[in-house]
Design a protein around this ligand. Structure first.
Ligand code: SF4
Length: 79
């Protein structure tokens, strides 16, 4: 999983940090969202999508690593 955050949209509410603290952090300077290195790769998709859905400003975008047409995330080779 990959996550992008847009600090220009972030209002520093901290919902993402409370929801998935292993992925999201907040700057001590201005309270804006930060990503913890490697956190998104280890996180569950459902948790990331929950955080994105709870963000009041739509600053979080979740991307899958899957290829096109692989809607359920299954390995098309069946491995
Ligand atoms: S939930 Fe959204 S607005 Fe709040 S800190 Fe996280 S990214 Fe920023």
């Amino acid at each position: 999983m990959q996550v992008n955050v847009d600090q220009d949209r972030c209002c520093g509410s901290g919902q993402c940090v409370m929801t998935v603290p292993s992925v999201f952090d907040q700057s001590e300077d201005d309270g804006l969202v930060l990503l913890r290195p490697g956190g998104a790769e280890r996180a569950a998709r459902a948790d990331l999508e929950l955080a994105a859905g709870l963000c009041p400003t739509g600053a979080i975008t979740v991307h899958t690593d899957r290829g096109p047409g692989d809607a359920d995330g299954a390995d098309p080779a069946g491995a």
